[in-house]
Design a protein around this ligand. Structure first.
Ligand code: AMP
Length: 394
């Protein structure tokens, strides 16, 4: 079966068409500036890139253009829409309305709308992607795959905040986590590689946004992001964990409203805020190597906090078999991986500095042979995971 994977943003829409018999990508592309002047679609298939410039007033028109590109006699990859078996959609927040990938029906479409308050920037756009596909391809099954779903197995003591329990019941304020599709994909790949389902794995999704998860026997038992992606380890521009009273103190000193303070913590903090250089780890590493103290400090704060979560999750799982690195930093920064792992000898990690510098496709083992804890670099593939979840439901 061929599955179309859609990741809709407010003015953009990414897509991939995946052949599930071979799990290979037949075509992928990006619509930009939907609802804005100058909208365009860049479509890649058969080693060729094609750019279409056309008005896309809304997501339904964008989806129609995607269909046109996929079925185009020259650059298309299917002869008719009938070849597409189902559509899988990324959705960011679920609240407690959904705890697993879900086949969309007339009834639960209304429930999907109720999740908006849990991801007000992303979910309305994700929803538009779903309704646009229902309109442009009537009768095709649509499956929604939530970033939070993999974390729904967390036990109560990990997912609940120590707030008035009634407030949790009334407002569903708790830890939901994010990047769940990525944590699920790389932990599943690690389990395959280790050859045993019974395993204690810490997955480190380190990119523009970063999160760390504890995966016990294939199920998530804790994760570092919280009610929103602002919590956990420091990130490119997000502070990560911070005492709320420190935020109030800063708001008063800087004359910021509540809204502005949250924006400050999301956009002006993290390694960018500490360093004053950049949110990009390549820039930070270059600056640190030139002796920039604040760039070095930002990298040190980041690595220290990731190590702290790895330690905490080792205790949460009662041991550790494997650490997985993935996403932009996790897959590419040997510098940061070394910084994190060189503090973990006490957990049984024997880090292989040379293997860490080698780039490989697929799973790359960067611990020494015989290390009690294996350290793996695994490229994430959220689109393939969404397609797998979609296939499983249809
Ligand atoms: P992502 O959000 O997963 O796309 O990750 C993006 C981030 O990965 C960038 O902001 C960089 O900080 C980091 N990154 C990407 N490539 C490299 C690299 N070669 N070395 C270090 N960091 C990288």
């Amino acid at each position: 079966m061929k599955i179309l994977v859609i990741n809709a943003g407010s003015s953009s829409l990414k897509y991939q068409l995946i052949d599930m018999d071979t799990e290979s990508v037949l075509a992928k592309g990006l619509c930009e500036r939907i609802g804005i002047d100058g909208s365009n679609l860049v479509h890649k298939a058969n080693g060729k890139q094609t750019k279409y410039v056309a008005a896309m007033p809304d997501h339904t028109v964008a989806i129609k253009m995607v269909i046109d590109a996929l079925t185009d006699p020259e650059v298309g990859v299917v002869s008719s829409l009938d070849e597409i078996g189902a559509i899988g959609h990324r959705v960011v927040g679920s609240g407690e309305y959904f705890s697993a990938p879900t086949l969309i029906t007339k009834d639960n479409l209304a429930t999907l709308k109720m999740t908006f308050e849990f991801a007000p920037i992303h979910n309305p756009a994700n929803y538009m992607g779903v309704t646009a596909c229902m309109e442009a391809m009537p009768g095709k099954p649509n499956v929604v795959v939530f970033d939070t779903a993999f974390h729904s197995t967390m036990p109560d003591e990990a997912k609940l905040y120590a707030i008035d329990y009634q407030d949790y019941l009334d407002y569903k304020v708790r830890r939901y986590g994010a990047h769940g599709t990525s944590h699920k994909y790389v932990s599943a790949e690690a389990i395959k590689y280790l050859g045993k389902k019974e395993s204690k794995i810490v997955t480190c999704h380190l990119g523009g946004g970063s999160s760390v998860s504890a995966v016990l026997n294939g199920k998530c038992v804790d994760t570092s992001m919280g009610f929103t992606p602002l919590a956990g380890v420091p990130m490119g521009t997000r502070s990560g964990d911070i005492d709320p009273s420190a935020a109030k103190f800063l708001a008063e000193k800087k004359g910021m409203t509540f809204e502005e303070t949250i924006n400050y913590l999301n956009k002006k903090c993290g390694v960018a805020g500490v360093s004053g250089v950049s949110s990009d780890f390549r820039d930070l590493q270059a600056a640190a190597e030139e002796g920039n103290y604040r760039a070095e400090l930002a990298l040190n704060i980041f690595a220290y906090n990731v190590r702290k979560y790895i330690g905490a999750y080792t205790v949460a799982m009662g041991g550790l078999d494997c650490i997985v690195f993935t996403a932009g930093i996790g897959e590419n920064s040997s510098y940061t991986r070394a910084q994190i792992c060189e503090g973990l000898e006490c957990l049984g990690v024997e880090f292989d500095k040379e293997a860490n510098e080698v780039r490989k496709d697929g799973v790359n083992e960067i611990s020494k042979p015989g290390s009690k804890v294996k350290v793996l670099v695994i490229p994430t593939n959220e689109e393939l995971m969404i397609a797998r979840e979609t296939l499983a439901l249809v």
